[in-house]
Structure formats: C-alpha cells, structure tokens
Design a protein around this ligand. Structure first.
Ligand code: SF4
Length: 235
C-alpha cells in the first residue's frame, strides 16, 4: 500500500488527468485503500460522483454534514438517493454542546450579524463535524468544478491540503455544467428540485437564496456578504 510520504502529488495528477471520472475514482480507491472518502452536500456535482461510486460499487465512503439548518428538499434527496442505490451515506452532526452554547449566547440567527459570526456558525455546524469525518482519511474527494467560482480556477484534480493535512481530490474539476446535467439525465440520478426554482448552489436554508439568470452561481450563498463565498470547508 502506498503511504502518504511515497505519493507525489504531481505524479498522481498526471495519472488522474488522463482518466474519465470513473477511472479517476477507481485510481483513488486503489491508491488509498480504505482511506478514501467523498463528502457530499447533495448538489448536482456531488450527485454525479455519488452515482459513479455507488453504481460501480467503488470502495469509497460517502458522508454528508447535517448542519441542522438544511432545506426539507435536501433531506428528501438524501432519502431518494439512498433508496435508488440501496445504500446509506454516513451523516455527521454538529456537537450538541457547541450549538447550544452558540444559540444561547447569540440567538438563532447570529450568522447575519457579521462575517466573523457567520464563520463561527459554519465552524460549529460544518467545519468541526468535517474534521471528525476526515479522521482516518488520506484522500478527501469533493465535487468542486473550476466553472463554479473565480477562486476555484487554479484547483487541480488532486492537491495537498495543508489545512486538513491530507490529499484533496476534485475529480470533476474540469467538467462543464452541461456534462454534469447530461450525466444526471443519462443515469436517472435524482437531484434537488430547488435547482428548478433558481437555487444553484444549495447550502443551509437561511443562508441560501435563488439567483437570477446570469448571476454568479454562488451569489445566492450568504448574499448579504461581499466577501468570497466559501464556508471554510474549502480554503
Ligand atoms: Fe450556519 Fe449559515 Fe453556515 Fe449553515 S451556512 S452553518 S446556517 S452560517
């Protein structure tokens, strides 16, 4: 088995670059046996990756983060996806004590007060559970695509993530939105009905709004802020 120290990120990128999505995921599962995990937020990109992992029965663990503030449609999509493939994803919740302390100090909607307050909520409800989910993981697989935002332009198929001290792989990084939609249609993959109501990037219900045609795909996330639209999961 390859160890982290023996894996050169440039070599791995070259090997992954020439493969299709299934080939990329297969190679990651082979290079990191038992230590590859995919985090899904149930977006359309993530549904493509879930489809390939579960349809091909690849040995990659799938998990999601339930912040406690998701849309009902997102919870229904977890059910629909699990039912289609006859499998279950792991669901990670925030630490009860941390959420209780935050809400009793600052109320239910502290994330609207300021960027630091919003980041505090994201840290408690997303980042801390993510850190738990990534324990014992050597490669963290995500559904990021370059097209999604300006700060994803330089991302590679695989990178070393200093913050989490593991490899982070983005096997859809060079996919277009058209390719993604075609894959979903071809394989009958369920997605979130909110996408048909103008919600493109879907996160927590109080922090996501629909966008107008032509708006930046991530403009609907924390729309009251002017800073870059990342939640701290992807730095
Ligand atoms: Fe909190 Fe909003 Fe971040 Fe969800 S997206 S964790 S509700 S600040």
């Amino acid at each position: 088995m390859a160890t982290r120290a023996s894996i050169d990120v440039d070599d791995l990128n070259r090997a992954l670059d020439v493969r299709d999505l299934a080939g990329r995921l297969q190679l990651l599962a082979e290079r990191f046996p038992g230590r590859a995990a995919f985090s899904t937020s149930l977006g359309q990109e993530d549904q493509v990756i879930t489809d390939v992992i579960w349809r091909l029965d690849l040995p990659i663990r799938i998990f999601t983060l339930d912040t406690g503030r998701l849309f009902d449609e997102t919870y229904a999509l977890i059910d629909a996806t699990e039912e289609k493939y006859g499998k279950r994803m792991d669901v990670y919740f925030p630490d009860t004590g941390e959420v209780e302390a935050l809400v009793s100090r600052k109320g239910m909607h502290s994330f609207r007060n300021s960027v630091p307050d919003r980041k505090e909520c994201c840290d408690i409800r997303k980042v801390h559970p993510l850190r738990r989910a990534l324990r014992d993981v050597d490669v963290w697989i995500t559904g990021l695509r370059r097209e999604q935002s300006a700060n994803r332009q330089t991302m590679q198929v695989v990178e070393w993530d200093e913050g989490y001290q593991l490899f982070k792989s983005n096997p859809l990084i060079d996919w277009t939105a058209g390719q993604m939609l075609e894959h979903l249609a071809t394989h009958g993959v369920p997605d979130n009905p909110l996408h048909r109501r103008g919600f493109i990037s879907i996160g927590c219900a109080p922090c996501t709004r629909a966008i107008a045609p032509g708006e930046d795909p991530r403009a609907g996330r924390w729309w009251w802020e002017t800073s870059k639209k990342e939640c701290g999961l992807h730095r």
